[in-house]
Design a protein around this ligand. Structure first.
Ligand SMILES: Cc1cc2nc3c(=O)[nH]c(=O)nc-3n(C[C@H](O)[C@H](O)[C@H](O)COP(=O)(O)O)c2cc1C
Length: 212
């Protein structure tokens, strides 16, 4: 365990070369899955799902769909963060069903907020809804990168992939899903040249503004 959160965040880096022999243990995978489930989303709607891939032949097949990035083949697991194809009123209703049963809250109390959400999503066009859902996927991405680092698991966030080809190859469309962003996760190879590189950042003094 690193001493501080800053040590942990400095330890993590976008891993370019994974050790293909090392596998993430199941108990760590369970933590990562639960961290995904616990990710905050706007209104709590969770329009997200995550596909976990371990099978070597599938990970190899993803390489040409990932701009030839070997990380997806050599990582222990590949996570594909997906959004729902549609977010309609029944999806919103299901959320309120969960609130009602989980918290034992009478529906009458929830109704005004439920109506507000159904109305506001019905005013958005499909592209706006997709964009909103994709933002939620990126919250999960950030959360998972940090949680993995805390668990001493290496990751590479990956936007350099062909979402439509992933959707087809992984049969995501028939599950009503679209891939948004990918995480390769496992353990850095001892000779990953990038692990020793200094972080390139703009610096706190340049990215943080103190009002006024
Ligand atoms: C949304 C997102 C997409 C990224 N896509 C890729 C990618 O396709 N391939 C890759 O090697 N790195 C990718 N990266 C890694 C970034 O290049 C890296 O995080 C950045 O240079 C900062 O370096 P560090 O994460 O090692 O500190 C991505 C990072 C993010 C946040």
């Amino acid at each position: 365990m690193k001493d501080t959160v800053i040590d942990t965040l400095s330890w993590r880096y976008a891993t370019k070369k994974f050790d293909p022999e090392r596998r993430i243990p199941d108990e760590k995978l369970d933590i990562i899955k639960e961290a995904f489930n616990l990710t905050a989303t706007s209104y709590g709607l969770q329009p997200l799902r995550m596909m976990v891939i371990e099978k070597k032949s599938v990970k190899e097949a993803l390489v040409p769909l990932t701009m030839e990035q070997r990380q997806v083949a050599d990582a222990s697991h590949v996570l594909v963060l997906c959004v729902e194809n549609t977010l309609d009123s029944s999806f919103i209703k299901n959320y309120f069903n969960r609130v009602e049963t989980t918290r034992n809250t009478p529906r009458a109390i929830l109704k005004p907020f439920e109506k507000f959400l159904v109305d506001s999503f019905s005013e958005k066009n499909p592209e706006e809804i997709q964009q909103w859902m994709e933002k939620q996927a990126y919250i999960a991405l950030g959360n998972l990168l940090t949680v993995c680092a805390l668990e001493e698991i290496d990751t590479c966030p990956i936007e350099g992939f062909e979402p439509e080809q992933y959707d087809e190859y992984l049969n995501l469309r028939e599950k009503g899903l679209r891939s948004v962003v990918v995480i390769a996760m496992g353990y850095r190879a001892e000779d990953d040249f990038f692990s020793e590189m200094k972080k390139v950042r703009r610096g706190v003094e340049n990215v943080v503004l103190t009002y006024p």
